[in-house]
Ligand binder design. Structure first.
Ligand code: ATP
Length: 238
């Protein structure tokens, strides 16, 4: 049996009078790709921010490798091996690609990080051909690749990606999902929020479908595809 890396139980999050998460429970096992799908406002981003320590839950518990996260500082959560790539491709626009990557290595030894950053750029064709650019000069797809690679500079055990294909052309969106699939093949554990639910299901082992802060469906990707009610609601297909 694979080890459960991340577990959240009965999480509740409120923004003033708005209940954004209403008793959410989920788990992610070592080596899995788990997709989180749901309409705008369902609570997906709030869930990732809560798991990474940016928002404190009003109730419930979170553990990562058995350690309590609900009261752990966000930078210590990164150090423990859980890294969050937020929505919106936040690069440092005036910095080079290498400098952007180094910003992700704040938990590590900087000497080896420089070499590692150069290897990542050389080994990622979409970045290698822009190696002399600043991050602000990159296209949206290139920036997305950069922020995912920056997250990997922290040597995480698990990565959480919020809408990595948002706003990209279908070809670039496929490239981003392909990168996620490659990370998984190399053993990375992934929690993936995607507006492109069908694309996410293609690479996910399991899926949680959220609506108004609650989990409505939990199961294998194939089971969501085969469920007439939820496939219609969450995938737009019957
Ligand atoms: P999207 O795909 O649009 O990002 P989402 O599923 O990620 O949607 P959240 O952004 O987590 O959903 O929002 C969940 C609920 O919390 C929504 O009702 C939203 O309006 C509300 N909400 C989110 N952020 C805030 C905030 N900073 N203050 C108040 N309400 C918020």
């Amino acid at each position: 049996m694979p080890e459960t890396l991340l577990r959240a139980d009965d999480l509740t999050v409120r923004y003033g009078p708005v209940t954004a998460l209403n008793g959410i429970s989920l788990h992610v096992d070592e080596g899995e790709v788990v997709a989180l799908v749901g309409a705008n406002g369902a609570g997906k981003s709030t869930l990732l921010k809560t798991l990474s320590g940016l928002i404190r839950p009003a109730g419930g518990s979170i553990t990562f490798q058995g350690k309590d996260l609900a009261r752990t500082a966000a930078h210590d959560i990164v150090k423990s091996g859980l890294v969050h790539v937020p929505e919106g491709r936040h690069v440092f626009p005036r910095f080079t690609l290498k400098e952007n990557l180094l910003a992700g290595a704040f938990t590590n030894d900087f000497k080896s990080a420089g070499k590692r950053a150069e290897e990542i750029i050389a080994g990622t064709p979409i970045l290698a051909r822009r190696a002399g650019s600043t991050a602000g000069q990159l296209s949206g797809g290139e920036q997305q690749m950069l922020v995912i690679q920056r997250a990997l500079m922290a040597d995480p055990r698990m990565i959480m990606l919020d809408e990595p294909s948002m706003g990209l052309s279908p070809v670039l969106a496929d490239e981003v999902l392909e990168l996620v699939a490659q990370l998984s093949e190399r053993g990375m554990t992934v929690l993936l929020v995607e507006q492109n639910a069908l694309g996410a299901l293609d690479i996910a082992d399991r899926v949680y479908a959220l609506a108004t802060g609650e989990v409505l469906f939990e199961g294998r990707s194939d089971d969501l595809r085969a469920n007439p009610q939820f496939a219609d609601q969450f995938l737009g297909v019957v």
